[in-house]
Design a protein around this ligand. Structure first.
Ligand SMILES: C[S@@+](CC[C@H](N)C(=O)[O-])C[C@H]1O[C@@H](n2cnc3c(N)ncnc32)[C@H](O)[C@@H]1O
Length: 335
């Protein structure tokens, strides 16, 4: 399934992470960060207070030499990190809101960005306000670069460990990203971007006072974090730029959808929603869609026909091609 080279470095990294996990008595994710930092530090083993011990250090140095000899390309580093983190997520039983966005979904984001921004001479800046372990943002950046776009990104996350993972993977894969460790709903010190994107955390946001500054706030009780974060992210998008957000497919039918609709109809254009295949999610109720929003501006208007599409299966090339055809027909008629 994966090239032999990736399989080989995967096995080597699993061994290195396990050695570090035992030597430093840490979690898989902390050992992942330690391992990545060693690789970034020119494949050297960091020793603090005699840990890891001499024997472990020797073995790690051998492993690192073999990893170095594999000479991974940037996108290969990212694929490797995704495989390692998927393994780690299973071991550590990460809650759904902390899990990385799988490549299959990331590639759809890349497709949508390429369709919405066909001009390869235009440098693209992406923002992910809940970038977690960074897989979605890095999949997008590195694959846009492979498609000859100049792309850079900004990642924000409230969780320090997840953000450190994202930062180390981005260094290994030489992606152009700036990371901010903060609550995505606090002010961001950034210039406007072309695309805001995110696999949003689903649930309630605890800070009602901050939430009260947003149109999508609930009238009573805590507001939905994913509504607030979408509204926040779109504030940092250039006029006529786009927002692509992974949200529950029932986003227009929830108890707080009234507030979301108020914002969707006044501040941005809801141009489309692409429902993802059911088999990507545990239950039908947890299925998700990618919302396509456009910021208002001189060069933007509400499309005549809002795209409502469903990708039947990502594993079946024919159904993916059908979706591409439907999307391109829609785009040609409406933009
Ligand atoms: C589904 S994960 C994102 C996964 C990410 N796309 C990836 O590929 O690794 C959702 C993320 O939202 C973050 N989050 C939750 N509340 C947040 C907030 N108020 N501001 C910023 N990030 C937040 C969580 O820490 C988590 O990393």
């Amino acid at each position: 399934m994966f090239p032999e080279k990736i399989e080989q470095v995967f096995t080597l990294n699993v061994e290195a992470i396990q050695l570090l996990q035992n030597a430093l008595d840490t979690s898989f994710l902390d050992a992942y960060i330690e391992n990545a930092e060693n690789l970034i530090d020119n494949y050297q083993v960091r020793v603090i207070d005699g840990q890891p011990n001499e024997k472990t250090m020797q073995r790690l140095s051998e492993i690192y030499q073999q990893i170095k000899d594999c000479g991974l390309e940037p996108e290969e580093w990212r694929k490797l990190s995704q495989l390692l983190l998927l393994k780690g997520s299973k071991e550590e039983h990460l809650q759904p809101n902390h899990q990385l966005t799988p490549d299959s979904i990331g590639y759809l984001f890349v497709y949508l960005i390429e369709q919405l921004f066909p001009d390869k001479t235009q440098p693209l800046r992406l923002l992910d306000v809940a970038s977690g372990m960074g897989n979605l943002l890095l999949t997008s950046l590195l694959n846009l670069q492979l498609a000859k776009h100049e792309a850079s990104g900004i990642g924000v996350d409230i969780d320090e460990t997840l953000l450190s993972i994202a930062a180390s993977t981005s260094e290994l894969s030489e992606a152009k990203v700036q990371f901010f460790h903060q609550d995505g709903l606090q002010d961001l010190l950034i210039d406007p971007v072309d695309v805001a994107m995110s696999d949003l955390p689903i649930g309630y946001y605890p800070n009602d006072q901050k939430a009260s500054e947003f149109l999508t706030k609930a009238e009573e009780g805590h507001s939905y974090a994913h509504h607030l974060l979408m509204e926040q992210a779109m504030k940092y998008v250039k006029d006529a730029g786009f927002g692509l957000f992974l949200v529950p497919s029932n986003f227009l039918e929830t108890e707080q959808s009234t507030y979301l609709k108020k914002w969707l109809t006044s501040e941005v254009y809801l141009q489309g929603a692409v429902q993802l295949p059911d088999d990507l999610f545990k239950t039908k109720e947890s299925s998700k869609s990618i919302l396509i929003l456009q910021k208002k501006g001189q060069d933007a208007k509400q499309v005549e026909e809002v795209l409502v599409a469903k990708v039947a299966s990502i594993k079946n090339t024919e159904t993916v091609m059908e979706f591409f055809k439907q999307f391109e027909n829609w785009k040609n008629k409406n933009f």
